[in-house]
Design a protein. Structure first.
Length: 371
């Protein structure tokens, strides 16, 4: 095949595609090729499509026109601002990209977590300001602490704009060094090195098979049961659980903190005849003796159940006469408060006492109503 030599460019801009710090000034020149019958007075400049004022031009030769740009702002687009030299009829003779910005800042706040000990995801913040006005590339690097070569993470933006996911081939029982490098046309910045062991940053899938059911006819209680995370069933670890619940027409969740490592819990002190939404989450800790606190999983999908409607109240007669009855009511109220306080959050002994007392109270109401 014949090779065709490209036609000469109509003009040349100098400097071509410069990189500049914000606040810099620049003098650029446009020189027309001798093959084109254009003079300096036939030319004008635009920046991002806007014509630059003639007062900033200077004629440096019969076919060379310069433009002076002072105190440049950061580039409007990461691909650079377009500085273009035109002929009088609007034709484009030559172009140059101006990259105006700041060197990257040191990345900060590196945090990492491992889902079920199979992978590692890390995220970070791009420094105090973040905006450099230039395309800035972030690279997460990691290596085994005492031996091993530097590795580079490949899967970016998996958990947000400043994040990376390492899917496999991770070692347990050996700490990793992890850091982030930021680079753009004006420089490089490297974060502090973070040291971590995979066992210390494990999180799990949310607890599965969450069931919420009534507790007989007790109108102010619901029973919650769930399964421990299946992905960790073969590992030596402890878990603690948290429950949160809310009324159907409310967006405010109440949290039960002291569930411990049980996989069931009784919610008490609820409103009768009300639909509740319940979620559970898990925190695995002490994996193979790790001393770190562990990381909470996401919440499970909400599970709904309703408490039974109260059979009392509508037309019920509740006499208040008698000194002995008043004392008994006061003592019962105190006992109810004590039991509810101690039963709330799944203490088995308290729940049994509370159930016995509720049954006795309902019997005593029926007896009084019959009388």
């Amino acid at each position: 095949p014949l090779s065709v030599s490209p036609a000469a460019d109509p003009a040349v801009i100098s400097p071509q595609d410069p990189t500049l710090l914000i606040g810099s000034s620049l003098v650029a020149t446009c020189t027309v090729s001798p093959d084109f019958p254009l003079k300096a007075e036939d030319l004008y400049w635009t920046l991002n499509g806007r014509r630059l004022p003639a007062a900033s031009y200077a004629t440096l030769g019969p076919s060379t026109l310069s433009v002076a740009l002072a105190r440049l702002n950061g580039s409007r687009q990461q691909s650079g601002d377009n500085l273009v030299c035109h002929s009088r009829d609007g034709g484009i003779l030559a172009g140059s990209c101006l990259y105006v910005g700041l060197p990257p800042e040191k990345p900060v706040n590196i945090t990492c977590w491992s889902k079920n000990m199979k992978d590692l995801t890390c995220k970070w913040a791009p420094g105090t300001e973040g905006e450099t006005f230039l395309h800035t590339n972030y690279t997460l690097k990691y290596k085994l602490r005492w031996y091993g070569r530097d590795n580079t993470c490949q899967e970016y933006h998996t958990a947000g704009p400043y994040s990376c996911h390492i899917p496999k081939d991770l070692a347990l029982f050996t700490p990793y060094e992890i850091w982030v490098e930021a680079s753009n046309r004006l420089g490089v910045a490297v974060s502090d090195v973070v040291m971590l062991d995979i066992l210390d940053v494990v999180t799990t899938d949310p607890p599965s098979d969450v069931h919420v059911s009534r507790v007989g006819d007790l109108e102010d209680q619901l029973s919650v049961r769930w399964s421990s995370p299946p992905a960790l069933k073969d590992f030596l670890f402890q878990a603690k659980y948290q429950i949160q619940y809310r009324v159907e027409d409310s967006s405010e969740w109440k949290v039960v903190d002291d569930v411990g490592n049980q996989t069931s819990c009784r919610l008490a002190g609820l409103r009768p005849g009300t639909v509740y939404f319940v979620q559970v989450r898990c925190n695995p800790f002490g994996i193979y003796g790790s001393k770190k606190a562990g990381i909470w999983s996401d919440w499970s999908n909400p599970t709904a159940a309703s408490t039974p409607r109260s059979e009392r109240g509508a037309g019920g007669c509740d006499p208040k006469g008698g000194e002995q009855n008043t004392t008994l009511r006061r003592e019962l109220k105190q006992f109810f408060g004590w039991v509810k306080k101690h039963a709330y959050g799944c203490s088995n002994l308290g729940i049994k006492l509370y159930d016995q007392w509720r049954v006795w109270l309902q019997k005593s109401h029926k007896t009084r109503n019959q009388v």
